[in-house]
Write a protein that binds this ligand. Structure first.
Ligand code: 13P
Ligand code: SF4
Length: 326
């Protein structure tokens, strides 16, 4: 056998054994495996739920499992812990963070609030628990417009994603959105020229973009949505080819949901390195050792929970949500 064929066979066998181990440990630990749409394919395959940030925050409420293994990045696992303080929430790779979430700190946010005392603070869920604690309400890419429109304040400090904030401003002319200068280090890599090149190659293709893409890329989109919205749009569309304006991990689910359609990426650069850190081996390790557990000081967790539950109350996701006044 050729060496690469042997290597492939071995790696297939290793993956199959790891998969078996993960499924066995999941049962023993009474664990629930949550995975974001950008995760590696083999991780998506062992997950109990796959989804966008909004679906995963909802799924994390009142699960009744002893352990939640969060295959995604740190702010997502934090959200699960904020909403499930008694559960053991484990992030398989400690270094799996979101570079955009690191672009805002509670200290800098406090200074901005002092500058705009009448403004409400809306934080994208891609932010730390400490930033959520300093914010009035959270939002995801799926509900940001609805959340901003629900607020009585005219001025909105929107953190940390300037591109999502810019997108929201298009639909909320009645608001003054004060943009934070954060951005997604993955979605910023796609250019309008990349999309135009693909459109020239596939003239009948529809272009779907995540709102973290830059504004001139959004201008070219046939549809803009969260990662979960991609599949829904494709189901309704007549196009046979789709240019996918988000992280490459998305393609796996789209191919599964729509095997008869074609999916093309506008750039090979559409890879979120930290999302890809979680492998099947790390998931098995997390189930075995319960590393790395998410801990959040209670004074931060409880305030961040109010921020998340206000969002859920606005979008009607969780009927028992607390609506605190602000
Ligand atoms: P979604 O909420 O659309 O899944 O987005 C999360 C994210 O990190 C996109 O980069
Ligand atoms: Fe963060 Fe961008 Fe990666 Fe999403 S794709 S986790 S926003 S760096």
């Amino acid at each position: 056998m050729e060496l690469d064929v042997l290597e492939k066979a071995n790696s297939k066998e290793i993956k199959a054994r790891l998969r078996e181990k993960v499924l066995r440990l999941k049962k023993e630990r009474n664990a629930y495996i949550v995975a974001h749409n950008y995760q590696n394919y083999e991780v998506q395959e062992v997950a109990d739920i796959l989804g966008d940030s909004l679906a995963l925050s909802k799924a994390a409420i009142g699960l009744g499992h002893d352990v939640i293994v969060f295959c995604g990045v740190d702010f997502m696992a934090e959200s699960a812990k904020i909403l499930n303080p008694k559960a053991t929430v484990v992030l398989p790779v400690r270094e799996a963070d979101c570079p955009m979430a690191l672009m805002v700190t509670p200290e800098r946010l406090k200074l901005k609030k002092a500058e705009y005392p009448d403004a409400a603070v809306v934080c994208y869920v891609n932010s730390s628990a400490a930033v959520k604690a300093e914010s009035d309400i959270a939002c995801t890419s799926a509900n940001a417009i609805q959340v901003v429109k629900s607020l009585p304040q005219k001025q909105i400090i929107f953190v940390p994603d300037k591109n999502l904030g810019h997108y929201v401003q298009r639909f909320c002319p009645e608001k003054e959105i004060i943009l934070w200068q954060g951005f997604c280090t993955t979605h910023i890599r796609v250019t309008a020229q990349d999309v135009l090149n693909m459109k020239a190659k596939y003239p009948n293709a529809a272009f779907i973009a995540h709102p973290e893409c830059p504004p001139d890329v959004i201008d070219l989109a046939d549809h803009v949505c969260s990662t979960s919205g991609f599949s829904t749009f494709i189901s309704k569309s007549k196009a046979d080819t789709f240019i996918i304006g988000t992280e490459v991990g998305m393609i796996y689910k789209l191919k599964k949901d729509h095997p008869e359609r074609r999916f093309v990426m506008p750039t090979e650069q559409f890879v979120c390195q930290t999302m890809k850190m979680t492998t099947l081996g790390w998931v098995a390790h997390a189930l075995e050792t319960l590393e790395h557990q998410i801990e959040i000081p209670e004074n931060i967790r409880s305030r961040a929970e109010i921020t998340l539950r206000r969002m859920m109350a606005v979008t009607g996701e969780h009927p028992n949500s607390v609506i605190a006044s602000y």
